[in-house]
Design a binder for this molecule. Structure first.
Ligand code: IPM
Ligand code: MG
Length: 361
């Protein structure tokens, strides 16, 4: 039976990068033994425009019934003035929450071919291989109460709640320890335990779980401000980083620049039953429709999908090898190219990867 993929391109460059990722799936269908079919649906601003909802019921249903979800990006100035629940980002947060995707894996691997693309010195980033494990369905993104209220004196006040329950911390920490065992066996838990009770408790639960079940893994702790600094100073010290929803959002954008471009970082969001795959970057409305975006983060997200949801680690490796070969051959999108280097368009990069992938068949 064919594997079913829900494809949600979303907004802005989401459309272009997902198109290239689908080319890769086409090659796998035609030249390898993948048997996948997909159906597209709206999410984000596209969902609002088509059906008045950033996560239409039909999209959620399709996602629930699929073996995996492939997502582009959401958001754009066009929808910024809408009421909060109607904004594109609300659709993304809701699908994460509805599908129970509590564990977000964001691998940052520095390709030797791109050592010169980063703003950091080659000797600082060479060999960097970090996995950020971000909690995705709780924390300050979802905590209640939240809102913007008017005070008695007429002044307004915006507020959010940062809260984590034992079970929520344990399940994400468990994923981080399990991942570390398959890598370099080190976990750094990032918090702000010196100031915020919610993360003081986070640290306590991580330490407790480590003692009970994962004492074979080397565990360290870092305050988030220090972690942000260490990521730039000496990123090679990290293996797995486990952290809260918001800290993970911020640190993964920072970590992406070690690879030369935010356009390189894929992600997998997993729960008990479903998996969703998306690049970590946004919809880049400033370059949308210009065929300029870097599709590699989305293509690498397809590789993660093959590995974690479709049980095809063999094909995941082929896709990753094809990306590596493409970079080795000097093919660059504009975000990766040096000032005097030639570059290809988004579609050109997709074609270049497909060509090499086909060569491995
Ligand atoms: C991400 C994005 C989202 C987030 C936005 C678009 C809501 O920045 O996936 O990192 O904050 O989680
Ligand atoms: Mg982000």
């Amino acid at each position: 039976m064919a594997l079913k993929i829900a494809v949600l391109p979303g907004d802005g460059i989401g459309q272009e990068i997902v198109r290239e990722a689908l080319k890769v799936l086409d090659v796998l269908n035609q030249h390898f033994d993948l048997n996948a079919e997909w159906e597209e649906a709206h999410i984000g601003g596209a969902g609002y425009d088509a059906e008045g909802d950033p996560l239409p019921e039909s999209t959620l249903k399709l996602a629930r019934e699929s073996d995996a979800v492939l997502l582009g990006a959401v958001g754009g100035p066009k929808w910024e003035a809408l009421d909060k629940p109607l904004r594109p980002e609300a659709g993304l947060l809701r699908i994460r929450s509805e599908l129970g995707l509590f564990a977000n894996y964001r691998p940052t691997k520095v390709h030797d071919q791109l050592l010169d693309a980063s703003t950091l010195k080659p000797e600082v980033i060479q060999g960097v291989d970090i996995l950020v494990v971000r909690e995705l369905v709780s924390g300050i993104y979802f905590g209640q109460p939240r809102g913007i209220e008017e005070l008695e004196n007429g002044e307004k006040r915006g507020y959010n709640t940062l809260a984590y329950k034992t079970s929520e911390i344990e399940r994400i920490a468990r994923k981080a320890f399990e991942a570390a065992r398959l890598r370099n066996n080190r976990v750094c838990s990032v918090d702000k335990a010196n100031v915020l009770e919610a993360t003081e408790y986070w640290r306590e639960v991580v330490i407790d779980l480590h003692k009970r079940e994962y004492s074979d893994v080397a565990l360290s702790h870092m305050y988030v401000d220090n972690a942000a600094m260490q990521l730039i100073r000496n990123p090679g010290q990290f293996d797995v980083i486990v952290t809260t929803n918001m800290f993970g959002d911020i640190l993964s954008d920072e970590a992406s620049m070690l690879t030369g471009s935010i356009g390189m970082l894929p992600s997998a969001s997993l729960g008990e039953t479903h998996g969703m795959y998306e690049p970590i970057h946004g919809s880049a409305p400033d370059i949308a429709g210009e065929d300029k975006a870097n599709p590699l983060a989305t293509i690498l997200s397809v590789a993660m999908m093959l590995r974690y949801s479709l049980d095809r680690a063999d094909l995941a490796e082929k896709v990753e090898q094809a990306v590596g070969k493409t970079l080795e051959d000097g093919v660059r999108t504009v975000d990766l190219a040096g000032a005097d280097e030639d570059f290809v368009l988004c579609s050109g990069m997709g074609d270049a990867v497909c060509q090499r992938l086909q060569g491995f068949a």
